[in-house]
Design a protein around this ligand. Structure first.
Ligand SMILES: [Zn+2]
Length: 400
């Protein structure tokens, strides 16, 4: 038995969950076992003058055997793991599952496009399409577990999955930045770009995966036989607990604004880890160029664009932020993905009045403080939807 203290230097983030006992790196003994969290009492996060006032993460680990032990910031999910998962799915020859190459990365890795649907391609009615993507930020491994849970549920025999497949066509790009994932980058692509700031003007040579995905979304948007219902990009958050959605301010229509709250409220009903308190709608300047902001402005107003964030670390059940936080594991992330799929089914039932949903808060109450006044002014003036966003932006100090 040997006790070792690890010191990882040069952390730059002032705010971090490591210093509030909500966060813990993971480890596993052997190469096949389950990942465990390091106990919170063994973790220390502090500023160091000796390291340029940056932060040090220290943790203690007791080695109880000579077996190989692996440590990670969060539970890994590699490019290889995704390819194996997709190959397994393909080998089942499910009639409602298709896997096609969408494009290649700069280093010529395959980018997959999955289609899950039991609707007839030649049906005359409009196809309702749900688009989901993940891993534009390669370090955000929890988002891949959420997506895996989402996909596994969609292809299952559960009656709700059967209904989902006949109601919607799911189009999924499970990994938007395979080069970054392969290289072990936290946020960037091979060439050092944050690909989630390139959606406005993606380049064919530097951001081919973003360009191909944007073109695909534009095609759906322009196709008269397609009704694009959702565009959801999955991410992970290092500074917040729980899971939560971030949406746009694309409409002054109160009914439309209210509809944007259906999925958050349904998720809050379905899963303990979803936080309505962290849910918000914004047009913050630093988020321009993200999938949510760019596609939210370009796509038909009826398509709801969200970013789904899930904590790298832990959640406080049922939004009770005074409670002790519970660590996330791969299966809790997968469960969130399953519930996201169910929420999308229930959304359709709410729209067709088969299901009731009680929304206790106003849409405005989900706006950050800095935005509320401006949003009300714009709404009272009765400006049209896209003008609404532009006029709204001008009133924000961020845009001066
Ligand atoms: Zn992200």
């Amino acid at each position: 038995m040997q006790k070792v203290v690890f010191n990882i230097v040069n952390f730059s983030k002032n705010r971090n969950l490591f210093d509030s006992a909500n966060a813990a790196p993971v480890f596993r003994v052997g190469t096949e076992g389950n990942w465990s969290r390091i106990a919170a009492r063994h973790i220390f996060y502090y500023r160091s003058q000796a390291h340029g006032d940056r932060f040090i993460l220290s943790f203690v680990h007791i080695f109880r055997s000579i077996d190989r032990t692996e440590f990670a910031y969060c539970i890994p999910y590699s490019y290889t793991k995704l390819q194996k998962f997709l190959m397994q799915l393909e080998s089942r020859h499910l009639p409602f599952f298709k896997r096609n190459p969408l494009t290649e990365t700069v280093q010529r890795r395959r980018v997959d496009l999955l289609t899950i649907s039991s609707t007839n391609e030649f049906a005359t009615e409009k196809q309702k399409v749900v688009f989901v993507s993940a891993r534009v930020h390669p370090g955000e491994t929890p988002s891949s577990y959420v997506l895996q849970g989402f996909i596994e549920f969609l292809v299952s025999d559960d009656i709700r999955a059967v209904n989902l497949r006949s109601t919607y066509t799911f189009k999924i790009v499970p990994m938007l930045n395979p080069d970054g994932v392969y290289l072990g980058n936290y946020r960037c692509s091979l060439m050092g770009f944050d690909l989630n700031r390139q959606w406005q003007d993606p380049s064919v040579w530097a951001h081919p995966t973003i360009l191909a995905t944007k073109n695909l979304l534009m095609q759906y948007n322009e196709n008269p036989r397609v009704e694009l219902c959702f565009c959801i990009d999955l991410h992970s958050h290092s500074q917040q607990t729980n899971s939560f959605l971030i949406g746009n301010l694309v409409s002054k229509d109160p009914k439309r604004c209210q509809q944007q709250l259906y999925i958050p409220y349904l998720l809050a009903e379905l899963t303990d880890d979803y936080s309505l308190q962290y849910t918000q709608f914004n047009v913050d300047a630093e988020k321009a160029g993200t999938n949510r902001r760019t596609m939210g402005a370009i796509l038909d107003e009826d398509c709801l664009c969200y970013t789904l964030e899930v904590s790298f670390f832990s959640y406080r059940p049922k939004d009770n932020l005074n409670d002790k936080s519970i660590p996330y594991f791969d299966y809790t992330y997968e469960f969130l993905g399953e519930n996201l799929a169910i929420a999308i089914l229930y959304y359709d039932e709410v729209l067709s009045n088969e299901r009731k949903i009680e929304i206790k808060r106003t849409f405005e109450s989900f706006l950050p403080k800095r935005s509320k006044k401006s949003f009300k002014q714009v709404r009272n003036k009765g400006i049209g939807s896209l003008d609404c966003v532009q006029a709204y932006q001008i009133t924000l100090p961020d845009f001066q």
